[in-house]
Every structure is written in structure tokens, then in C-alpha cells.
Design a protein around this ligand. Structure first.
Ligand SMILES: [Zn+2]
Length: 237
């Protein structure tokens, strides 16, 4: 047994690591379990899939990248992120970075930022999940990060509790700009999930009001309204 394998064995014993999607024990350095990785592959979608069901309103971002349909294990992983588990964010950042290299003009992007959560909720969660995802992604793309550009008012309500488009639109008004000067900047804005797009539209508009020239989006998953990604019978997801 090599020295690093021996050390990993001790770390496994002292700090059991669990898959954020299914809770099963995984090796110390693993991010999610192999079974979930295989199941998640079946939920892979492109931004075009989301556009097919959500094209009724103008889209203020230049382009957006995403990994999964927001359902089954992808949903479980993102809900775990919101509960303070970080491994799924690392998994999403790994996936998003590979897509970003193919689909985004990385040399033109000045920095990565994120859709913020309210301060009180950040304290409850122990971290900001979209901020963490953004930082993980930025590190993989060798891009700088910039936070504190937008703020969200505190509310007991969470966006994923809002069922109707009207509720989601009203919720999006809780985001506000700051006095940061973003004149001429090209920004990559990161969030966990894209559903109706109200939150992202609002945040992109605010960044543009602050002077941003171009905004690209990166989200872990998109909710598809019209159709679910079909998973073949017998799959546990
Ligand atoms: Zn798993």
C-alpha cells in the first residue's frame, strides 16, 4: 500500500465521507459515489433544453451554461448544498468548468460573481452555496472572483418554495444593486438552479444597471417545465 493510500485509509476511518446525493459512504477524496455519477449522467441537459420551455420573456444574458435537469438526484444534490453540504457544489463546478471551456469566451470574462443569499440565511447555512459554487468554478477556470455586488433582503420565504411565476417574479425584487462601478465589465454570474429565470433576469439587469457590458450565466441545473428527462425503468434515481 502506498503512503498516500495509507493516509487516505486513516482519513476514511477518522472522517467518514458521504455522497451528498444518496448518503452512502465514499472514499475520503471522492466527491460523489460512482452509482450517483452514472445516474446523474442521464440527467445531463444543455441550455437549449431550458430555452425550449422558457422563451416567453427576453433573455438579458449573452449565453448560459448548465449541467443537469433539476430533478431526481440532481435535485437531491442541490438541496444538500442548501443544507450546508459542499461536495455536490464541487462536482457541479468540475462539470461546469469543462462546459465553460467549450462554450464561453473565457479570455473576455473579467471576473466571476454569484447570486447572493441573505446574510441571515448565509449564517444559518454556514456558507453561501452559490458563492461556493462560483469560487470553485472560478478556480478551475483561473478567473478572479468578485463578491458583494448584489444583495438580497432577508425573508423566511425561499425561492424554491414559490410555485407560481408571479410569486417567483415578486421574490426576485428582493435583490438590489450596490454602488460598485462595473462599467464595461464582462461578468460570469453563477447560481445553483435556473427555474423560471426571474431571479437571474433580475440579477443580470442589476449588474447591467451598474455598468456591466456583458453577462454570461452558469447554473448547476435547470428546471424543465414542459418535459422531464426520462429515466429508464428500474433506475433508482
Ligand atoms: Zn451517491
Amino acid at each position: 500500500m502506498s503512503r498516500s493510500a495509507w493516509i487516505d485509509g486513516i482519513l476514511d476511518f477518522c472522517y467518514p465521507n458521504r455522497c451528498d446525493c444518496c448518503g452512502s459512504l465514499i472514499p475520503y477524496r471522492a466527491v460523489i459515489c460512482e452509482e450517483c455519477r452514472v445516474q446523474l449522467e442521464k440527467l445531463t441537459i444543455s441550455y437549449t433544453d431550458w430555452c425550449r420551455s422558457e422563451t416567453t420573456q427576453p433573455i438579458p444574458w449573452r449565453h448560459l451554461i448548465t449541467v443537469y435537469a433539476y430533478q431526481a438526484l440532481a435535485r437531491e444534490g442541490i438541496l444538500a448544498m442548501k443544507e450546508g453540504h459542499r461536495q455536490f457544489a464541487v462536482h457541479l463546478a468540475q462539470k461546469l468548468s469543462l462546459i465553460a471551456v467549450k462554450e464561453l469566451p473565457l479570455s473576455q470574462i473579467d471576473f466571476v460573481t454569484w447570486v447572493p443569499i441573505a446574510k441571515r440565511r448565509r449564517a444559518e447555512q454556514g456558507y453561501g452555496h452559490s458563492e461556493y459554487l462560483a469560487k470553485q468554478l472560478a478556480a478551475r477556470l483561473y478567473l478572479p472572483v468578485k463578491g458583494g455586488l448584489l444583495v438580497q433582503e432577508h425573508t423566511q420565504q425561499r425561492q424554491h418554495h414559490n410555485k407560481t411565476a408571479k410569486e417567483r417574479e415578486a421574490f426576485a425584487q428582493r435583490f438590489h444593486k450596490t454602488n460598485a462601478d462595473l462599467t464595461g465589465k464582462t461578468i460570469l454570474l453563477c447560481d445553483d438552479v435556473l427555474t423560471t429565470g426571474h431571479t437571474l433576469r433580475r440579477c443580470v439587469s442589476l449588474l447591467q444597471e451598474m455598468g456591466a457590458d456583458t453577462v454570461y450565466g452558469a447554473v448547476g441545473a435547470c428546471r424543465l417545465i414542459e418535459q422531464q428527462v426520462s429515466i429508464s425503468k428500474g433506475d433508482t434515481a
